[in-house]
Design a protein around this ligand. Structure first.
Ligand code: PPS
Length: 289
């Protein structure tokens, strides 16, 4: 790995956190994917842990899962095993999170079913990243939002540039069978998103079970849930709540007008040829009961 700074290591054209190894990343080329595996793939700060919670709940309520002490162990990071048991020894169904680009995913994944990609409008995405960088010891603490925004636009962050990640995954639509979801549609209608995930994964949950998944994956419940809110992570590694605001449009509280206009222009230049529709505004967001 080429060490870019204290926090980012570069390998195979991708910005990793430094807790993984080239040996582990190389094993992904021959990683055997099972039909029952489920992968949640995202650019960081797009709703990974939320989707993780939903997938875990769905699997628990439809047939059960082996017990692990918390969500991170139940659904670990594909690229960051961090001393966890050899993934090939894990019982099915195996659940994984990943921030990898498609080029680095196990090639067998193309033939398998369980892939969900969640994306979030990049203005809220970078704001969420900015706040998270201030509480997470594995990320460089920025002094100002301007500093974060520059690093984000240049791609000097984990997983590289948002634009490249989204573009690369959207380009695989025809090769992979993936459920694409947006963070915003999950915020606006969580129940519809849960039903979509169930039907994509082939889980047939009762009405009561769907209700339970929706309740346990609401922002309010997750924030109070020690496991879902990552309260088990030592304070030295995570010094605040993982679940921060969970809103659409928080970027308006952080971006200056000039930053917003410049961002819109870059977004247009980078993504104009793509059929992407994001919701940028909170006007349609209902408060949770
Ligand atoms: S990470 O570090 O990449 O795994 O982060 P990730 O989980 O992808 O994204 C964190 C943001 O998702 C929000 N979140 C939620 N929003 C709404 N409802 C629920 N239930 C929920 N769970 C997590 C979390 O609060 C982070 O967004 P911000 O905007 O910072 O609040």
């Amino acid at each position: 790995m080429e060490r870019i700074d204290e926090y980012i290591c570069r390998y195979k054209n991708y910005n990793f956190g430094c807790s993984t190894t080239t040996e582990h990343i190389d094993t992904l080329e021959t990683f055997h994917v099972r039909d029952s595996d489920i992968f949640v793939v995202t650019y960081p700060k797009s709703g990974t842990v939320w989707t993780q919670q939903i997938v875990i709940l769905i699997c628990e309520l439809d047939g059960g899962l082996n017990d692990y002490p918390n969500n991170m162990e139940q659904m670990p990071w594909l690229e960051y095993p961090e001393g966890r048991q050899d993934y090939s020894l894990r019982p099915s169904p195996r659940l994984f999170n990943s921030h990898l680009s498609p080029a680095l995913m196990p090639p067998e994944l193309k033939e398998k079913k369980g892939k969900i990609y969640v994306m979030r409008n990049p203005k809220d995405n970078v704001v969420s990243f900015h706040h998270f960088s201030q509480i997470c010891a594995d990320l460089e603490s920025p002094r100002t939002f301007t500093e974060t925004l520059e690093r984000y636009l240049e791609g000097n962050v984990g997983a590289g540039r948002w634009f490249d990640h989204i573009r690369a995954w959207c380009a695989t639509r025809d090769q992979y069978n993936i459920l694409f979801l947006t963070y915003e549609e999950m915020v606006l209608d969580l129940r519809a998103a849960v039903i979509k995930i169930c039907s994509f994964l082939g889980n047939n949950l009762s009405e009561a079970a769907i209700k339970e998944v929706v309740h346990k994956s609401s922002f309010k419940t997750m924030k109070e849930d020690k496991k879902a809110n990552y309260r088990f992570v030592p304070k030295e590694r995570l010094s605040g709540d993982f679940l921060r605001k969970g809103k659409i449009g928080d970027w308006k509280n952080v971006f200056s007008v000039a930053q917003s206009e410049r961002f819109d222009q870059i977004f247009q230049e980078q993504m104009a040829d793509m059929d992407l529709k994001f919701i940028w505004d909170s006007a349609e967001q209902k408060e949770e009961p």
